[in-house]
Design a protein around this ligand. Structure first.
Ligand code: GDG
Length: 738
């Protein structure tokens, strides 16, 4: 079994110093609680900060032994690290910005340097422990530089990263001064996971806009690697919460609470003290609810559990003061002798107390302004084993995407919260049971183990795909073999695509003109009478003529519509084609150009192409789908085909493709060497008609019928250079090269 290294800011156990003595206690929070049992069931090591400084302290040896016996490996942080990295960059920069509070975000060079230093310290510890076969799973916003730092140290490692907080929309993320470093840091991983599709989409947008990497179906091409971004909504330990009814300690506590709360209906609110949780807005809405519904006075109690957190950060201190004031105000305004509307608990509760509150609450009021997931909502739902209980949840919590049967509200809309409270408190039992049973089924099925296993499976699958691609990669040795086969050949045929294969893509098709070096290189091949070169392109024939007309090469334009033999002949079509259909199709494409800024039409003799490389990625993809649907109705009757290429949609006559044209050359001679190079789906038709002995190479990643792959156009041209260079060196066949 492969070893698993989990890396997070905090270890699942924390060292606390009390009265000069060190104590080991379980850490709190969703990750530690949820993953504890899963990680214990595997061969794993957890690496993180245990709450200890770098100074030597009494009892440290014993503590270390205890940590190691629990398979925990501590990373030591200095007081300054904790201040500038944890309280600074993590909690004063990333946390507010990623939760859409840009006004609270502080940008400081000192914070950033500490963040880099601590991530480097983690990288050194992990690299010291990791073995070649290990799986490394890094968690959360504290360690976003770590994947890349590890990739530099362990290029072959299997690295996954999961972000537990939201990844904000590009317009927010772009505000971060070191935004590129953060993205590059994350892209050191093989798989980057998020709670919701929105967060994954925002991340991919930022990668595309800020780094310019190609993104397709969640796959990002970074130099010669591919990285996957995907969605894994975190689950809970369902068993633990659904068995609370059998937990004696929790049941005793429930009875105690019940005596205290009397027969009032209980509304429960549980959060860490944080401005993202919308606690003041919730309290104000509760007060308005009581104003508007006096019948509920003395009949309901809001149990407000607030867990102390980040008590040294200014905004948290202010929030604490604000809450204390609000609770006093509301209790003073609405309370009567014998009834206090809000029961305020500002402390961390033991599990059995929290479980007791979950199980007795009639309503859970969970209204964060922004939350990565919110496990409390899931835990409350799992605890309602009799099916009763109503969850009110704000739409800006990641959990709302899975818990659609809850009453979903906008946390900034006081009216919605007050109405939701009335609806919840008056909801018929049958409806409560129906809603909960659907959500419970989902939560039971997709629990925390399933979440972790799915992430692991996807990570290993991503790695497997990478390996397959590596295996297909045309190695240096194979390149030598290819070049020497070519050199020994008597009849060689080269079928070369142009855009994306011999030159990189440019936003405007005319900017991709061949340079003098490339023309010289192609010309070298043409000087050998035993070598035939054919450029098989999707471009129009006039462009090909003006760029390559002076070379003694075969030319194929518009993906096989037009061909021109070497030796100066004219352009011909392989069958009689019509272009009257263009009158019908052109206006449709024009209306797409009008609605899609940055897109344009390219008109070729027998085809029309809609290009959207320069448009916003998401809009372009959406419009392309719409266009294809729209065109498919018309084209069926006109003997046309609609093809989707790299950021293009092309309409042309059916039955015409590069493969069919390539066959004309392939079947013409007894070639003893055939090489085909191409980069996109149109070249697949060529690869498919090649004899099995041919060399076929796809430029770029992804599934292909080609036998080999090269990562970029520059690698393809350097292979061609090797071929002519070797031929000249080894046999002098090609004569007078400079
Ligand atoms: C991050 C993201 C995302 C809370 N109070 C007490 C207590 N808790 C436990 C709950 C729950 C966890 O802490 C809090 O859940 P969150 O979902 O808020 O998780 P965090 O770890 O704080 O936050 C969040 C999460 O990661 C997971 O990806 O959902 O959006 O911010 O498990 O039960 N536990 C006890 N006493 C308390 O008073 N015993």
């Amino acid at each position: 079994m492969q070893r698993l290294l989990i890396v997070s800011n905090r270890l699942p156990i924390t060292i606390q110093e009390r009265k000069g003595e060190l104590h080991v206690e379980p850490s709190v929070g969703g990750l530690a609680t949820g993953l504890r049992s899963w990680y214990k069931s595997r061969t794993s090591i957890w690496i993180g900060w245990a709450g200890m400084g770098r100074k030597k302290i009494k009892g440290e040896k014993d503590i270390m032994a205890r940590l190691l016996s629990e398979n925990c490996h501590p990373v030591a942080l200095s007081q300054h690290d904790v201040e500038a990295y944890y309280h600074g960059f993590c909690n004063r920069t990333i946390w507010p910005l990623f939760h859409y509070f840009p006004i609270y975000a502080e940008y400081s060079e000192d914070f950033w340097q500490a963040y880099e230093q601590v991530n480097t310290a983690f990288a050194n510890v992990v690299a010291g422990i990791a073995k070649p076969n290990d799986i490394i799973w890094i968690h959360d916003y504290h360690l976003m530089l770590l994947p890349r730092l590890l990739r530099e140290r362990l290029p072959k490692a299997t690295v996954g990263f999961f972000l537990h907080i939201p990844f904000p929309a590009f317009e927010i993320f772009r505000l971060l001064p070191r935004r590129r470093q953060i993205l590059e840091g994350l892209l050191g991983a093989d798989l980057v996971g998020f709670h919701t599709y929105d967060y994954t989409g925002h991340f991919l947008d930022s990668v595309h806009h800020l780094l310019g990497y190609e993104v397709a179906m969640g796959q990002i091409t970074v130099a010669d690697r591919t990285v996957r971004a995907d969605t894994f909504p975190m689950g809970i330990n369902y068993e633990q919460f659904s068995s609370v009814a059998q937990d004696q300690k929790a049941q005793a506590e429930r009875k105690r609470f019940h005596r205290k709360l009397g027969d009032c209906q209980v509304i429960l609110s549980v959060d860490r003290l944080d401005y993202t949780k919308g606690i003041p807005q919730r309290l104000e809405a509760f007060s308005v609810f009581l104003d508007r519904n006096p019948k509920f006075k003395r009949k309901v109690i809001l149990v407000l559990v607030v867990v102390p957190s980040r008590t040294r950060v200014e905004h948290y201190m202010q929030l604490k003061k604000q809450l204390d004031g609000l609770v006093g105000e509301i209790n003073g305004k609405h309370g009567t002798i014998g009834w206090i509307p809000i029961w305020y608990l500002y402390r961390f509760l033991p599990f059995y107390s929290l479980a007791a509150l979950y199980s007795l609450a009639d309503v859970a009021l969970i209204t964060p302004l922004r939350d990565g997931m919110n496990l409390v909502a899931k835990e409350y739902t799992a605890t309602q084993t009799d099916g009763k209980g109503v969850l009110i949840l704000s739409e800006t919590a990641g959990a709302a995407q899975e818990l659609g049967e809850a009453i979903i509200i906008n946390a900034n809309n006081q009216e919605e919260i007050t109405q939701a409270l009335t609806k919840a408190l008056e909801m018929p039992e049958q409806e409560q049971i129906e809603r909960n049973s659907i959500m419970q089924k989902r939560l039971r099925r997709y629990d925390v183990e399933r979440w972790a296993n799915e992430f692991m499976d996807k990570l290993l699958y991503t790695k497997k795909l990478q390996r397959e691609m590596e295996e297909k990669a045309l190695t240096y040795e194979m390149q030598r073999k290819l070049a020497s086969d070519f050199q020994e050949s008597n009849k060689a045929l080269l079928l070369l695509d142009y855009d994306g294969t011999l030159v990189p893509f440019s936003p405007k098709p005319l900017d991709a003109m061949p340079g003098a070096n490339l023309l010289r290189l192609l010309e070298k091949f043409t000087r050998n009478p035993r070598t035939e070169v054919v450029l098989i392109s999707g471009r129009d024939k006039d462009t090909l003529e003006s760029w390559f007309g002076g070379l003694n090469v075969g030319l194929v334009a518009e993906h096989g519509v037009w061909i021109k033999e070497k030796g100066g002949g004219g352009w011909e079509t392989i069958e009689t084609l019509t272009s009257e259909w263009k009158e019908e199709v052109y206006p449709i494409l024009e209306s797409w150009v009008d609605r899609t800024p940055g897109s344009f039409i390219e008109e070729k003799e027998f085809s029309l192409v809609w290009h959207y490389r320069k448009t916003d990625t998401k809009l372009g993809e959406l419009r392309a789908r719409e266009l294809i649907n729209n065109l498919s109705n018309i084209t069926a009757n006109l003997n046309l085909q609609v093809l989707e290429g790299s950021k293009v949609v092309e309409v042309k006559n059916t039955g015409i493709n590069k493969g069919r044209t390539a066959l004309i050359w392939i079947s013409r001679e007894e070639w003893d060497f055939i090489l085909a190079i191409g980069d996109d789906w149109t070249d697949e038709d060529t690869f498919k008609v090649l004899p099995s002995t041919a060399w076929s190479i796809k430029v770029g990643f992804g599934a292909s019928a080609a036998r080999f792959s090269l990562s970029s156009p520059s690698k393809a041209t350097s292979l061609l250079r090797k071929m002519v260079g070797q031929k000249m060196q080894l046999s002098g066949l090609l004569g007078d090269f400079p």
